[in-house]
Design a protein around this ligand. Structure first.
Ligand code: FES
Ligand code: FES
Length: 156
């Protein structure tokens, strides 16, 4: 068993879990934060993306024990007294259909905007499409997802 101590969405949590518990399992099954989705378990779809210490990670291929001491933000923790600008932009630009991929798209989008801004790089449409290569959507054809991230970048 492993002792996992994390700050999740600003709240300190501590659990004893089997050594091989994935971060996605820890969030969904131990903490009941089911906004983090699991679509593949093979690190392809990106539905499980959360932020670990401010950076996007795929929680389905991250061991919970390896993150102990860190800070995790899930889709549930992104809104702060109202929708996050990225969530609002997805809403305004119809950036989702079934919604399964959406938590991962939004967490990836926030990371992308923050990273490009910190590095002083322009987040072009081409860059957004390239950055989304680790996130799969079966419904939208991506066009409105890209528009949503472009819109959010101007609001964040
Ligand atoms: Fe993690 Fe698909 S569930 S990448
Ligand atoms: Fe259905 Fe993306 S909105 S998978």
């Amino acid at each position: 068993m492993a002792s996992v101590k994390l700050t999740v969405n600003g709240r300190k949590v501590s659990r004893e879990v089997p050594d091989n518990t994935l971060l996605s399992e820890f969030l969904r099954e131990e903490l009941r934060l089911t906004g983090t989705h699991v679509g593949c378990d093979t690190s392809q779809c990106g539905a499980c993306v959360v932020h670990l210490n401010g950076k996007a990670v795929k929680s389905c291929t991250t061991l919970a024990a390896a993150t102990s001491g860190g800070a995790v933000t899930t889709i549930e923790g992104l809104a702060n007294g109202g929708l996050h600008p990225m969530q609002q932009a997805f809403n305004d630009n119809h950036g989702l259909q079934c919604g399964f991929c959406t938590p991962g798209m939004i967490m990836t989008g926030v990371d992308m905007v923050n990273r490009y801004r910190a590095e002083g790089r322009e987040l072009t449409e081409q860059a957004i499409r390239h950055e989304l290569e680790g996130n799969i959507c079966r419904c939208t054809g991506y066009h409105n997802i890209v528009r949503s991230i472009q819109d959010a970048a101007s609001r964040m």
